[in-house]
Design a protein around this ligand. Structure first.
Ligand code: PXL
Length: 280
């Protein structure tokens, strides 16, 4: 059985069920060694808590990478999420060059915002820097808000296929290769994920639960990263990740106090069942 090691670069939100605290368990549960490079440490995520702390770890990155270089450490995949500074994005591009092998895939979740607005602390310069990271990646996983910010196109809540096609085209123009667009919903009862690869559009449509849940973007990107690292195609990895994410929301629905994240841990046995079906 092949065994892969990936590096994920995103923040530690100490409380809040997002970024590294979901990526590490989910990718590990899929049977992939998960090394981490924390971009920042926050007391909580920024989506609904106030007064959170924020320690930027940008300047730790070069020396961590220097040590890895001495040890000859490389990774089979990189997966970036929430990043702490523009300078950090430059360091990450260098890290991706230094610690790659020929087959390494670079997965970028361009974490910028949701529901039509940027997350707190991000601005236009940050969006521009994210575009540069996208140009040097193999797979990106934007939601519609992120796709609209990256392309400068209007954010729409209801849309048709031609709007999605125009976002995909513009993302390609900024250098995106495979695009996995999350939260694409053409009808009120369903949502799904678009996989645009080699100019081919595929859509996995599934039930939509009309509730906005924090952290689900990180959950779908983490499950996708683990599954593609195990050898699934981008479309199969996206399907597995979408099915798992839906289940994490279902486990959380009956608890209105649990507003800051989803109970993804309860659905880990289901995730393991999903990957086991592939016999890899
Ligand atoms: O889930 C994305 C995310 C990750 N990390 C931090 C965040 C958010 C979204 O709000 O605030 C710190």
């Amino acid at each position: 059985m092949s065994y892969k090691r990936i590096l994920t670069i995103q923040d530690i939100s100490c409380v809040g069920q997002c970024s590294l605290t979901v990526a590490l368990p989910i990718i590990s549960a899929l049977g992939v060694e998960t090394a981490v490079l924390p971009s920042a440490v926050l007391s909580t995520h920024t989506g609904g808590f106030s007064g959170y702390t924020f320690r930027d770890l940008t300047e730790d990155m070069p020396s961590i990478s220097d040590h890895w270089l001495k040890e000859g450490i490389t990774f089979d995949a990189f997966y970036t999420g929430y990043l702490g500074s523009i300078k950090q994005i430059e360091y990450i591009q260098e890290i991706m060059r230094r610690h790659a092998s020929e087959k390494t895939i670079r997965i970028v979740d361009p974490v910028l915002g949701d529901n039509g607005s940027l997350y707190k602390g991000f601005n236009n310069d940050f969006v521009e820097a994210m575009k540069r990271l996208i140009a040097s990646s193999d797979v990106i996983l934007p939601n519609i808000t992120e796709a609209s910010m990256l392309t400068g196109k209007e954010y729409k809540e209801s849309y048709d296929r031609s709007y999605i096609d125009s976002l995909l085209k513009e993302l390609q123009a900024i250098g995106a290769k495979t695009i996995v667009m999350t939260g694409v919903s053409y009808k009120p009862e369903t949502t799904g994920v678009v996989v645009f690869e080699n100019n081919k559009y595929n859509y996995y449509e599934h039930k939509r639960i009309p509730k906005l849940c924090h952290g689900t973007g990180d959950i779908i990107a983490s499950a996708f990263t683990g599954a593609i690292s195990r050898g699934l195609s981008a479309f199969d990895a996206a399907k597995l990740a979408a099915d798992y994410t839906l289940k994490t929301i279902e486990y959380t629905l009956d608890d209105s106090d649990h507003w800051y994240g989803v109970k993804f841990e309860l659905a880990i046995p289901y995730l393991v069942e999903l990957i086991a079906k592939y016999n890899i």
